[in-house]
Design a protein around this ligand. Structure first.
Ligand SMILES: Nc1ncnc2c1ncn2[C@@H]1O[C@H](COP(=O)(O)OP(=O)(O)OP(=O)(O)O)[C@@H](O)[C@H]1O
Ligand SMILES: [Mg+2]
Length: 143
């Protein structure tokens, strides 16, 4: 678990993570409303070399950005496993880029085994606890 003390620190951490990802990486990003998911996503995209402005994919479900690798940014809040498969969106979980999924608990059973789960929890104004459930990534960040 890593504590960030500002939006800027969250962006920096996410950017560092973005620079460490590889083809096929899947990030399951959880956090309550206002926790910092969009902020984190923007930082991660930056670290992945995305220059375009990244906003919330809430209404479009999926947005694709061009970076060092393609970024598939999804918000599956309104979906479930069946509709995800009906729309063919599950293919992006096994695609040629990095897949960043917001509200991943809706589609738990579709997530690949190697999914990196990241949870953001608001501790107080300005502070966020960011839990990274990937030993490999966590060790890389700490070294
Ligand atoms: N340490 C921090 N890290 C990230 N954001 C922070 C931090 N401290 C305060 N904030 C503020 O929290 C807010 C996070 O908003 P953001 O839109 O990223 O959240 P979200 O999880 O995407 O929300 P929503 O569920 O509504 O989409 C911003 O206003 C940001 O400035
Ligand atoms: Mg958001």
């Amino acid at each position: 678990m890593i504590v960030t003390n500002s939006e800027k620190e969250t962006r920096a951490l996410a950017s560092q993570i973005g620079s460490m990802l590889s083809k096929g990486s899947v990030i399951a990003l959880s956090g309550e409303l206002g926790a910092g998911k969009t902020t984190f996503s923007q930082g991660l995209a930056k670290g992945l070399g995305v220059e375009e402005y990244v906003d919330s994919p809430t209404f479009s479900i999926l947005k694709i950005y061009e970076g060092r690798l393609p970024l598939y940014h999804m918000d599956v809040y309104r979906l479930d496993e069946e509709s995800m498969e009906d729309l063919g969106l599950d293919e992006y979980l096994f695609g040629d880029g990095v897949c960043l999924v917001e509200w991943p608990s809706r589609i738990d059973s579709l997530l690949p085994e190697e999914t990196i789960a990241i949870d953001i929890e608001a501790l107080s104004t300005g502070a966020r606890a960011i839990s990274i459930h990937s030993a490999k990534l966590y060790k890389g960040l700490m070294s």
